[in-house]
Design a protein around this ligand. Sequence first.
Ligand SMILES: [Zn+2]
Length: 302
Amino acid sequence: MDVRARLQSIAEATRARTAGIRITDRVLKMRAAMASSPGQVGKPNEDFVGAVPGAAVLLDGAGIPGTEAICRHGVAWYTHRLGASLLGRLSRDRGLDLAMALAESIEQVAREHRGTCDITNPSSPQSTVAMIRFDEDRADFLVLADSFVVLDQPETGPHVVADPREIAVRRECSAVLHGLPGGTPEYDRARLSAIEALRARRNQPDGYWIAKEDPHAATHAVTGSISLASLVGAALLSNGASRIVDPYGLATWPAVLELMRTSGPSEIIQRVRGAEDAALSADTQPDVRPPDDATAAYCEAG
Ligand SMILES: [Zn+2]
């Protein structure tokens, strides 16, 4: 067999072996900058952020009082296990549907502590989810509960992907507190009933959905895809970091993206912390709230 025939034979054998397998020589490219800060000194940061080539994940664990008695691991453990599982899946299987990846990871982490913890309790560890993944020609995104993906589209302006159901349900449930003076028995009773009402609507069709023990929640996530032709990058923010826009009004979404690109995500968190410090010391704003874990990331495509 001459050289030409041998080469042809090898090529045919290779074609037969790889039939049905997508061959690509593309290089996955994404530049990611991330920052995260705990809301309170000495308490674990219950946010998680991480990236693999082409994809990033941000989670915000819900710090519900009493969770420690329900799950021996805690909220920070939950978000870090779920985040690590998601990143592993997104890295291993580039074509995996984002909602499917989330469902599988929720189930995996549920398995890890189903035997030791009361994971079906409405107050067991739970987390919001924000994900972005860049492919050859498009970006896929997913948001579940109160976190944000902000698509950076210079020509048309930012597209904010949010899941408003958690905030809407919280607002409805806490309406019973309006007008009641704090520290009174009436207020305390109303607060307990508001907490119960919120628990009853968690991961329920008439309520809101959040990553917990039920993989079904992933099917309720806000998802979509966008062409890379109009996109330069995407920002991910926990609601501790998005305070820079609402409620503090320190920046618009276009300004947030500009800050992310020029100064990095840590600048967002520093400005939020500055506003929180000022509000706490002045104690004049009606919506003064304690500092929350704050996490932000900016992922540049290509
Ligand atoms: Zn547990």
